[in-house]
Design a protein around this ligand. Sequence first.
Ligand SMILES: Cc1cc2nc3c(=O)[nH]c(=O)nc-3n(C[C@H](O)[C@H](O)[C@H](O)COP(=O)(O)O)c2cc1C
Length: 181
Amino acid sequence: MKVIAFAGSLRKESWNKKLLHHAAELLRGMGHEVEEYDISELPMMNEDLETGGPPPIAGKFRDLVEEADALLIATPEYNHSVSGPTKNAVDWLSRPPSNVLAGKVAAIMGATVGVDGTVHAQRELRWILARLACLVLPWPWVLVRFAEKQFDGEGKLTDDKLAESVEALMQALVDTAAKLK
Ligand SMILES: Cc1cc2nc3c(=O)[nH]c(=O)nc-3n(C[C@H](O)[C@H](O)[C@H](O)COP(=O)(O)O)c2cc1C
């Protein structure tokens, strides 16, 4: 399977980037192809930039999603919602000439330094992706709380239960993508 993955944080040492990389490495170990796409160069959504189609950088991102069998998102939580960069990336994918998220299967995860582990952000992201006819896996939820305590020096999750839930989510993602293919 071909998986396109992005983290909704622009921060260099982002916990969500580490979580995404951990999951991407698992998928690669299972024999799948994963592109960890850096969304930091995407401009802020501005319809003035869409004259004659999306700007090239957004067009490339849209093409990668269109060609992929599955999508993986790790979102931070900003004020009990998705981060601005997560929403901006999704917005670029939703625009004419086509919503490239329609019919795709997605797995979502998130990491915060707080106690909630992105539960609020993920609930909102499910709602946003449902609007776009993107099938979000219902289970398991990967909620990384107190992120600063959850990774080792190489960026791997140290909590076995958490690591198992990421593995189960990745397995569900590729299994569902295979069924839809
Ligand atoms: C604008 C803003 C709002 C935030 N709101 C929340 C929040 O509602 N809940 C929470 O647990 N953490 C919140 N945080 C803290 C983030 O969990 C923390 O910055 C985290 O490291 C962001 O993810 P990243 O490491 O991938 O960049 C917020 C951070 C920012 C910058």
